[in-house]
Design a protein around this ligand. Structure first.
Ligand SMILES: Cc1cc2nc3c(=O)[nH]c(=O)nc-3n(C[C@H](O)[C@H](O)[C@H](O)COP(=O)(O)OP(=O)(O)OC[C@H]3O[C@@H](n4cnc5c(N)ncnc54)[C@H](O)[C@@H]3O)c2cc1C
Length: 327
């Protein structure tokens, strides 16, 4: 056990947690970041490193991995202790600090900031017996490197934002892109759907994937079916499935936090119902909540400033401008 008590332990090293680290450094707090994944960046690195993001202030267009690289650089300002591949399990209070237990050890901390996003997550599988032959080779549940699909025939499955975004990003990279969605209507943003419909992508709605055919991990073709049983065969080299994620906050659900399904309820100070434990980003819920990177980046400073004032009631809640720290 590392007996040093840090000011703030950030659970979750996604964009919200990373920006919180920077901010806590600016408030001269000692910081520890814990994440169960082997790398920082949360959903952006795990699910869509090569996707462009257009809705973060100051960046008209930025790749998810580049945004994370910037956030990691910024996070290091706090000189945080970073523990990867480690999952937060339980918490108890001991006087003026918490004893936080993970699957790897015990940590002492004055405050905790939960930026655990959707929790530990894994993609929802396609659900066909042959899927294991192709997984990680030509059947993908996320895109780590767009170059893999250069000049290939690609089929994207799903009707949400991820599926539509991927199809559109691959349009000019792949030889041919098809998109299969089991429903008639898409749940993706309507602007994206309009762009999709006027793109070169072959769109098949109200159809499901019946069989994947191929050998030695290489997909050759898929058979898709309509509700009336009509079948069609599409020749492909890669299949990208976007059926969402199965996620769970796991042990955090047993901490006694007020929850709304898989989200933690917070007030306008990003305080949870447990004094000294804050939450920000996708993991939170409150009236009017919107789950976006930009929102998490705004909630992080709110949480950190209140955590600072909690530890040191004489500290200013409203910080000085960042220029006064860096000049
Ligand atoms: C395909 C896709 C495209 C998207 N595109 C956009 C977009 O264009 N613009 C936009 O604003 N948003 C987009 N989003 C949503 C965006 O990714 C999220 O809003 C954002 O990642 C939330 O950041 P976060 O830091 O709050 O949580 P996350 O990114 O989910 O990070 C949480 C971290 O906490 C860790 N963690 C969880 N539980 C524990 C635990 N018990 N112990 C230790 N670590 C734990 C996880 O491993 C994870 O690394 C997209 C999402 C997807 C899936």
């Amino acid at each position: 056990m590392n007996n040093e008590i840090v000011d703030i332990t950030i659970i979750g090293g996604g964009p919200t947690g990373l920006f919180a680290s920077f901010y806590a450094g600016m408030r001269e707090m000692s910081v520890k970041i814990i994440d169960s994944l082997p790398q920082l960046g949360g959903q952006l690195i795990e699910l869509y490193p090569d996707k462009y993001i257009y809705d973060v202030g100051g960046f008209p267009k930025i790749l998810a991995k580049d945004l994370v690289a910037n956030l990691v650089t910024q996070a290091h300002y706090a000189k945080p202790e970073i523990l990867l591949g480690e999952t937060a399990m339980s918490v108890t209070r001991d006087g003026d600090h918490f004893i936080l237990k993970t699957d790897k050890g015990t940590h002492l901390t004055r405050t905790i900031l939960l930026t655990a996003g959707i929790g530990a997550f894994q993609p929802r599988k396609i659900g066909l017996p042959e899927e294991t032959h192709f997984e990680g080779k030509t059947l993908h549940y996320g895109i780590k490197d767009l170059n893999l699909f250069k000049d290939k025939n690609v089929l994207v499955c799903g009707g949400g934002d991820s599926a539509v975004d991927w199809a559109m990003m691959l349009e000019d990279i792949a030889a041919n892109v098809s998109l299969v969605h089991r429903r008639e209507r898409f749940t993706a943003h309507e602007t994206s759907v309009n762009q999709l419909m006027s793109s070169k992508v072959n769109v098949y709605t109200s159809r499901g994937i019946k069989t994947i055919l191929g050998e030695d991990g290489a997909v050759r073709e898929v058979i898709i079916t309509e509700k009336d049983g009509t079948e069609e065969t599409i020749a492909i080299d890669h299949l990208i499935v976007n059926y969402g994620n199965i996620s769970s906050l796991g042990a955090i659900k047993d901490w006694g936090l007020e929850m709304d399904r898989n989200s933690i309820l917070v007030n306008s100070r990003m305080e949870t119902n447990i004094e000294g434990i804050y939450a920000a980003g996708d993991v939170t819920n409150y009236d009017g909540k919107v789950k976006l990177i930009a929102v998490g980046l705004g909630e992080a400073p709110i949480a950190v400033n209140h955590a600072k004032a909690h530890i040191d009631p004489k500290a200013r809640l409203q910080p000085l401008h960042s220029t006064s720290v860096f000049n």
